[in-house]
Design a protein around this ligand. Structure first.
Ligand code: FAD
Length: 307
């Protein structure tokens, strides 16, 4: 199944993202998490592609088992920055042999020291990978989008032009980096439409579950932190349980508002947690077969009023 087709049908698409463990010994824990996430009946589950060697193999293995054991469509992430064309061809072949039909084509983060980049660089930007996949295989292709601009690009409008080039190379749908203020997403979609990007732009939502996580997010992604999140920190930063409850509530409100505004779907960054993700998916009516736009007949209605 091509994931792009999910976005042309009625109810909003629920997708989840998991990451491979650092060591093989952690694989069972991931599969255990997946068995719990399956109960939410997500439309697809994406698996990140790690910088380290063994994690890369795990992406293929986990994606494969999501399809064979859990009967859910997988989306395998693939970064190209350190890979040769032959290596990419091999990975795509492995994915194809296992029946995987969709990839999220990414450049990957640059190493801190430029000398750590391989001498031979077959790919410079994700766009190059998208072109390669489009020309040589039949995979459905997703790519990343940054509502606040990618950290490396000095001008937001320039970043949008780069995104347009990437989409024109053959991208079927975009998944955004996390954001905490939905207005940033709505503005971004509007600007993207104006420059002619017409594929589905799926909002990526990550619940803030701890104070330390917020610092990591700022450091790694460079996203802005609105007053609402700073208030959570001020009020609950010293109380882990309250902080988690408030973070789930904040993310649920974001999701409800997005659904009310007719997004094509919601991509939840699970951080390999299931209990918290279940709360968000169920309270917003995203989980289960009878999904509907916010406020409809799902399990007693949308949670907005109850939050
Ligand atoms: P690109 O689209 O290539 O963009 C990278 C930078 O290059 C941008 O600043 C862009 O403006 C610039 N650029 C693009 N084209 C041009 C051009 N023609 N000329 C000049 N500049 C240009 N990382 C992982 O390692 N593994 C994962 O599994 C993973 N999953 C992700 C999933 C999502 C939904 C998102 C949003 C990010 C994910 N990342 C992942 C992080 C991603 O790899 C980094 O953000 C990376 O720095 C950029 O990747 P990209 O594919 O967006 O790159």
């Amino acid at each position: 199944m091509k994931i792009k087709d999910l976005y042309t049908k009625g109810p909003p698409v629920l997708s989840l993202e998991v990451f491979p463990p650092r060591r093989s010994s952690g694989l069972d824990t991931v599969f255990d998490t997946l068995s719990k996430l399956r109960e939410l009946q997500p439309d697809f589950i994406s698996v990140t592609y790690g910088a380290a060697g063994s994690q890369r193999d795990h992406t293929v293995e986990i994606s494969s088992r999501i399809l064979s054991d859990f009967e859910i469509e997988p989306l395998a992430h693939l970064t190209c920055i350190g890979h040769t064309r032959e290596e990419i061809r091999d990975i795509l072949q492995k994915l194809s042999d296992r029946g995987i039909e969709n990839v999220l084509a990414l450049r990957g983060d640059l190493p801190e020291n430029e000398e750590d980049l391989p001498d031979r660089r077959d790919y410079v930007f994700a766009r190059d990978l998208v072109r390669d996949i489009t020309a040589n295989s039949g995979f459905g292709i997703g790519a990343a989008a940054y509502p606040e601009g990618h950290v490396e690009c000095p001008r937001i409008e320039q970043d949008l032009q780069h995104l347009k080039q990437k989409v024109d190379a053959g991208v079927d749908f975009l998944i955004t980096q996390l954001f905490f203020d939905n207005r940033i997403y709505y503005d971004f979609v509007e600007r993207a439409r104006k420059v002619g990007i017409d594929v589905p732009i799926v909002p990526g939502i990550m619940p803030v579950l701890s104070a330390s996580q917020i610092k990591r997010i700022i450091y790694l992604c460079g996203v802005s932190i609105p007053a609402g999140i700073l208030k959570l920190l001020d009020h609950h930063g010293d109380d882990p349980r309250e902080m988690e409850r408030a973070g789930i509530e904040y993310a649920s409100r974001q999701v409800c508002d997005l659904l009310e505004n007719g997004v094509p779907g919601v991509h939840l960054y699970t951080m390999n947690r299931h209990r918290q993700i279940r709360q968000i998916a169920e309270s917003t009516g995203l989980a289960g077969e009878k999904k509907s736009r916010c406020g409809a007949e799902v399990r007693g209605g949308c949670a907005c009023e109850r939050l």
